[in-house]
Design a protein around this ligand. Structure first.
Ligand SMILES: NC(=O)c1ccc[n+]([C@@H]2O[C@H](COP(=O)([O-])OP(=O)(O)OC[C@H]3O[C@@H](n4cnc5c(N)ncnc54)[C@H](OP(=O)(O)O)[C@@H]3O)[C@@H](O)[C@H]2O)c1
Length: 395
């Protein structure tokens, strides 16, 4: 998830190739990061009849105007005459919370629309393009100049709306995992002390990430050791977030009102996951509290651990479409071990903590043959102060 747009908006009239315009449209799309879920991030660029840059827009917030509307809203008929509209996702054919973008574009004097991805909904895929063609506008799926660049761009186009695509294709919550570790992969001391491993720049980025997902999830150990607020503290973002806690045996729920979490978040935004077998016992505990979080009852696996797949299915039912797992060590390890992580954000600080007295975030994962190692696909790298962050897809 990109926080800072790496490309500047060009001066009006600057000549742009189709590849450059699509790269700019992707860049635009990311600007909606913290506000559009469960909608996709979409960006749009308009070029004039000579191929010069005219305007750019993105889908800014859920329920708000789509990228195409924002890109064309201040343009005159003269600006739009013969224009080329480049958009990361096929213009929508249907009326949802907002009118159809394909129908809106079909009324404009534009010449051509190029879109990066076909609508993932098989019921409407290709229909947006068809509406445009019916109106005499060329409408085509984007293809980059070179085959190699085309492959790179296809990955970027899928990545920009990856949670939306995952939800659509799998009907499951998209799971991102963030961990902060030492150079040797340790995330906390065995005593529980873990603050701080990474620097303030990394931590600010994590607050941005919190805003980009529908909720953040931690295990019971993190609540016990850190008593964290788990809210969003970012200079440019004001947003109330949802928090999910895994407390399989319901040990901590009785102390809910003593936790910082309970002061910082409204009770409807905190989701406490406990074993379904303990439903009555937990409900009894909760009835004694002056305020209580939402309870999520989850199936257990042999051995008593919560079935994380069922946990995600329960969260999907309550409206979660994406989640940021923030640890601690055992929770991160359990999600990776269960093959439930889609994207990883691994921050590494230039420090060594040693495995003797620390916890690693892969403790429960055992790989016996190198051919079974877990690959991070399409990795990208960034630095934050002295730290290094690698992000990529696991599945
Ligand atoms: N460096 C970082 O990025 C980072 C991030 C967060 C936290 N931390 C640190 O990590 C430490 C906490 O890590 P931790 O491993 O001790 O605790 P944790 O992962 O926060 O919580 C572990 C507990 O969560 C429950 N849990 C996790 N997965 C479960 C599953 N599949 N089913 C049922 N319950 C599950 C278990 O509770 P039961 O024991 O009741 O079964 C387990 O003991 C703290 O020191 C914290 O400061 C570091």
């Amino acid at each position: 998830m990109e926080q800072i747009s790496s490309l500047n908006i060009p001066v009006r009239g600057t000549p742009m190739t189709l590849d450059a315009a699509m790269a700019l449209a992707i860049n635009e799309a990311y600007k909606g990061g913290p506000r559009v879920s469960p909608n996709p991030l979409v960006g749009c660029v308009v070029l004039d009849a000579k191929g010069g840059f005219v305007s750019a827009g993105h889908h800014e917030f859920y329920g708000g105007p789509h990228a195409e509307v924002n890109a064309v809203k201040n343009l005159s008929a003269e600006d739009l005459k013969g224009a080329h509209v480049i958009v990361t996702l096929e213009p929508c054919a249907h009326e949802g919370k907002t009118p159809s973008c394909a129908k809106m574009l079909a009324k404009l004097p534009i010449k051509r629309v190029t879109f990066g991805l076909i609508d993932p909904n098989p019921l409407v895929a290709g229909q947006g393009a068809e509406i445009l063609r019916q109106a005499g506008i060329e409408a085509d799926l984007y293809q980059a100049e070179s085959l190699k660049y085309d492959q790179e761009m296809r990955i970027k186009l899928e990545e920009v709306c990856e949670a939306f695509l995952w939800n659509f294709r799998q009907k499951k919550v998209f799971v991102a995992l963030k961990m902060a570790s030492s150079l040797d992969g340790q995330v906390a001391l065995k005593s529980g002390e873990s603050q701080w491993i990474t620097g303030s720049e990394s931590r600010e980025y994590v607050h941005y990430l919190r805003a980009c997902y529908d909720g953040l999830l931690v295990g019971k150990g993190t609540i016990e050791f850190d008593n964290p607020s788990l809210n969003i503290r970012h200079p440019q973002i004001e947003k109330k977030n949802k928090v999910v806690v895994i407390d399989g045996e319901g040990e901590l729920i009785g102390k809910y009102t003593e936790l910082k979490l309970s002061e910082v978040h409204d009770t409807q935004n905190v989701f406490w996951c406990v074993a379904v077998d303990l439903k009555e016992e937990v409900q009894k505990k909760v009835s004694k509290l002056s305020k209580a979080p939402q309870l999520v009852f989850v199936k257990t696996k042999v051995g008593g651990n919560l079935d994380l797949e069922d946990l995600l299915a329960q969260l999907y039912k309550t409206g979660f479409r994406s989640i940021l797992v923030e640890g601690g060590a055992l929770t991160a390890s359990s999600f990776v071990e269960s093959s439930l992580v889609n994207r990883i954000y691994m921050f590494q600080a230039p420090i060594i903590m040693g495995s003797g007295g620390s916890k690693s975030w892969t403790e429960t994962i055992r790989i016996d043959e190198m051919k079974n190692k877990i690959f991070i696909q399409h990795p990208t790298y960034k630095t934050f102060g002295n730290d290094f962050m690698i992000t990529g897809r696991i599945q």
